[in-house]
Design a protein around this ligand. Structure first.
Ligand code: GDP
Length: 300
């Protein structure tokens, strides 16, 4: 997979260095491997889990080369992801009479608008009708960007004037979507983490107002994280999961980075399904996350 090639090359070459000149998986190899995983942004807790599994598995006198260690690592990471039920996220919409509402949260700049545009395109291609709501009313650029994506994809964007109440935009969007029998509504929100209480209140207010139209809305709260920021993405996941109930993740910008390990660590530590991964700026550069394919593209 071209999209993840930077991570793959980086992990491969680091592992090659770990085993160079070694003939056994000894403590030195395990220490070095631990460092490889940590510097690949897998995160400390998840790295320790993986190392422990490898330790339990390889007998100390086992001859090892890059290929073998890669295979072992692949299997252990695959089983870690596969055991994690939280990483099963289906793209198919459940059967329902009212629109499926996806509320999208995340810090500015992580690729929220782009991801919304790409998701809208995927649903449209699957024959669904989609409405977008520009509830990030604090940045003119955010509304403009969403409108550009709306035009590109060919879906309506509901907006109000700058500075208006985000909850009111969400209300309007759901009203229009219900009136027009839309299948999916995607609501963009403002991502200001510096004021946590405000963020929490604002997200709660948007949710409550949406429930007036669709009692079980939002169907899904999708957190967008920039994979290329490594540990910052972990920190943002922590902050947003404290501010609101997050039930799916999109991890973006995995194309230009060697930090693809964040997907493994975040999925393991937060037990929230990774639903999408972003692999470029284009409309088609979003994949519905598949853990088997992900592991294959890193170690295959
Ligand atoms: P927002 O502020 O969170 O809404 O972020 P935007 O959607 O405006 O994206 C910020 C920048 O990141 C833009 O230049 C996007 O083209 C870029 N971007 C978004 N997703 C990806 C991705 O998966 N890969 C790459 N390389 N760039 C991305």
């Amino acid at each position: 997979d071209q999209g993840l090639s930077k991570t793959k090359e980086s992990v491969f070459s680091k592992i090659a260095r770990v085993v160079a000149g070694k003939s056994k998986v000894d403590d030195d190899v395990l220490d070095d491997l631990e460092e490889v995983l940590i510097t690949s942004d897998v995160g400390v807790d998840t790295t320790l889990k993986i190392i422990e599994r490898i330790e339990n598995r390889v007998s100390k006198d086992k001859y090892v080369n890059t290929k073998e260690l890669n295979a072992i690592l692949r299997e252990e990471i695959a089983s870690l992801l596969i055991e994690n039920k939280a990483s099963d996220a289906a793209f198919d919409l459940p059967q329902r009479d009212t629109p499926y509402v996806i509320m999208v949260v995340g810090v500015n700049g992580v690729g929220k608008t782009t991801t919304i545009g790409k998701i809208a395109a995927k649903f449209k291609a699957a024959g669904k009708s989609v409405y977008l709501g520009a509830a990030d009313t604090f940045r003119a650029a955010a509304v403009e960007q969403l409108e550009i994506w709306g035009e590109r994809v060919g879906v309506p964007v509901i907006k109000q004037k700058m500075g208006s109440d985000p909850a009111s935009v969400a209300f309007d969007t759901l009203s229009s979507a219900v009136a027009n029998h839309a299948d999916v509504v995607i609501i963009d929100t403002a991502g200001r983490l510096h004021n946590k209480i405000n963020l929490m209140n604002e997200l709660t207010k948007i949710k409550n107002v949406m429930k007036k139209i669709i009692p079980d809305a939002p169907s899904e709260v999708l957190l967008v994280l920039d994979g290329s920021t490594g540990q910052n993405a972990f920190e943002q996941a922590k902050q947003f999961t404290l501010a609101t109930e997050v039930n799916s993740l999109a991890i973006t910008k995995l194309d230009g980075t060697a930090k693809g390990g964040v997907v493994i660590g975040i999925s393991d530590q937060f037990q929230i399904p990774v639903k999408y991964i972003g692999l470029g700026e284009g409309i088609d550069d979003l994949q519905v996350f598949n853990k088997e394919e992900f592991v294959d593209s890193l170690f295959g």
